[in-house]
Ligand binder design. Structure first.
Ligand code: OAD
Length: 250
């Protein structure tokens, strides 16, 4: 029996699924109050485009400016909480036999909601990385005022996120690609499907025979590849999925 907003076919596919992949984008964090990626540049930062700040060239040109933008985003994220969409994904991961959570988000909110072993396709705001030697370190305090020197090579360390023009971390790419190729169901939640290679994962899953569902406020380039399109806020649709599958399961 379908719930008010979820297709019966999707619920049945999830009940029968052996492996489920979640692919999330900034829309899953929207209801926590984190601006979606393409809305992130507001207020003082509205005069910049992400391509002007989230790049190795921008950091080389003006490390303090780039650091200040990421410090603002770290402050924003440190001040918010995971929302019902994050918690519903964690609950579904605990209930389903085998899942892989691949997120494009760098806010760490899935982990704070209890999702262990999250594949962070674009890195994490609360870490730093040295682009000269590759040294990585946690950066839990959002208030550090300036890029710290790398303890290994002395170069300035930047945020541990993937910038435009940088490669996706190898292990993350491999795990996500293999997960999509072996999935029975892939749920694309809150992503515009504009940025590859993440945006190619639903097609990898579909080609391998998976059912694909998209959960979004609006149609995206992924909608045409989806067997199911659930239109509405993730913070409503995903808890409805939990209610239909877990709360009512015998
Ligand atoms: P976008 O800002 O491109 O897209 C956010 C998507 O979430 C849009 O399709 C919205 O319609 C949808 N959305 C917004 N609120 C929602 C809600 N409450 N429930 C469901 N959907 C909602 O963000 P991403 O797709 O995550 O990469 O962007 C992907 C990547 O583009 C980012 O990770 C970033 C950027 O380049 C890097 O930084 C490398």
């Amino acid at each position: 029996m379908a719930s008010a907003t979820l297709p019966a076919g999707l619920l049945d596919a999830l009940r029968q699924a052996g492996r489920v992949v979640f692919l999330t984008g900034s829309g899953v964090s929207a209801e926590s109050g984190v601006p979606t990626f393409r809305d992130a540049l507001t207020g003082l930062w509205s005069r910049f485009r992400p391509e002007e700040l989230a790049t190795p060239e921008a950091f080389r040109r003006d490390p303090q400016l780039v650091w200040d933008w990421y410090r603002e985003r770290r402050r924003q994220v440190a001040a918010v909480m995971p929302n019902p969409a994050h918690h519903a994904i964690a609950a579904l991961q605990a209930w389903l036999p085998e899942t892989l959570l691949v997120t494009q988000n760098v806010d760490g909110l899935h982990q704070r909601a209890g999702s262990a072993d999250t594949v962070e396709f674009h890195g994490n705001l609360f870490s730093n990385r040295c682009r000269a030697c590759g040294h990585e370190a946690p950066q839990l305090d959002p208030e550090i005022a300036a890029p710290p020197p790398c303890p290994d090579c002395g170069e300035l360390m930047g945020p541990g996120v993937v910038w435009f023009g940088e490669a996706i971390p190898g292990e993350a790419l491999q795990r996500a690609w293999r997960g999509a190729a072996e999935a029975d169901v892939l749920l694309a939640v809150g992503t515009s499907g504009l940025v590859t290679p993440a945006a190619a994962l639903p097609e990898v899953a579909r080609q391998a025979g998976a059912r694909v569902a998209e959960i979004n406020l609006h149609p995206t380039p992924l909608s045409a590849q989806a067997d199911f399109v659930v239109t509405g806020p993730a913070a409503l649709s995903l808890p409805a999925m939990v209610a239909a599958l877990i709360k009512k399961s015998p």
